[in-house]
Design a protein around this ligand. Sequence first.
Ligand code: SF4
Length: 463
Amino acid sequence: MEYVMCGIAGAIGVPDAAYTVSLMLKALQHRGQEAAGIVSSHDGQFLRRRGWGLVDEVFAHVNIKQELPGQSAIGHVRYQTAGKSDQKSLQEIQPFRGQSQHGHLAIAVNGNLTNYQPLRDALLQKGATLQSHSDSELFMPLVSLSRRPSSWERLAEAVLLTEGASSVLLLDDQGLHAAVDPFGFRPLVWASYQDGWLFASETSAFDIFSVAKSAAIKPGHVVTATKDLVEERCFAWSKTTRQCSFCHVYFNRPDSVVFGQSSYLVRERLGRNLAAEAPAAADLVLAVPDSSNVMALAYAQALGVPFSFGLIRSHYMGRTFITPKQEARELGVRLKLNAVRALIAGKRVVVVDDSLVRGTTARRISQMLRDAGATEVHMRLASPPVTHPCRWGIDTPKRQQLLAARVDSADMARHLGVDSLGYLSRAGLLAAMNDPNGEQHCTSCFTGIHPTEGLPKPTSFLP
Ligand code: SF4
């Protein structure tokens, strides 16, 4: 089995829908850089192009408007987080596509199933055929074997039969259907556009088209859009939701609004809360670009310390945290970041990062700042240390790879080569997301506490 983190996008009732989806996938490229694919529906045919690489690479020689015509399409960018990372078969790349008793269908999923194995075994026993190692592919037989009369019910039933995180786009002969699991782990947003509808993992994908208004698909809801109408239904309800806090800390673009909140404003609050909890006496605040920029600026403003771009990022390198192999990650840090000696030499610097996962980047940065002449290096993290792996889709696969799980907190600063180290508490993180009681957000990778164990089972409203 393999876990994948990703971005998904869809369009219906829009001319050249696949081209529109390709633009949205480019805007979501930060969510997955390993593979990309699009399926469009046209004249009773479901057409697909997919491949390994960035969106621009996969579609470099594809005339999307001609090869993937039609007014409805869905797409996917993939980042593999664990499992058979050397498995480079095209079968692994979404969207999945097939035919069933209900007609054509194509599916793109952002999430991870925690009941993959028993569900897979049960589906194989029922006669399902599977082509990939992806847990997301299970949605194909779940939907196609369902006896429910309508597409939205088949999709909702499939989501309720899975456990874990799932935000799903289903394209079939009736229309485009988008569903989010009752705990709402992964974001999914939608908006009206021209005479149709757009769907995406983040609102930044809509901004290309100057879409004025968008909305989050709520946990346990399904939205069905056809060329003529759109309907939103609640298929399951849970008093407590588990939206991924790491999405705001790191994964989302700061210009996105997800889970109903601006990631930029959440990051500002993270920086301010960090300044209150872990101030540092320094001459200069630096960010680890780009995901920490907003937090570092807010931290500096709160403490009244100058902020500068003393670490420069090469924009031709990917994000190190989501580079699958450790070796590539080590080299990635060296190629990606460099320190500005003219700003740093002779100064006490505090460097703000969004999180501490493996410690690879933090160790390299502290050495880089000392090499650039910093007299003191203090490190501040705008989230609690990551101590446990995420089973719901982010790449923290093994506990022994997490620095905070293997190095004593008292020893951590020495290990990273910094003069002091400070974190944001879980309470500070939750306060930044306007969820002081922790009823809406998952913080499992910071606590090790299972996010849904012990919670009442969501109430299903499926007839
Ligand atoms: S464990 Fe962490 S990364 Fe995974 S869903 Fe929860 S908050 Fe997000």
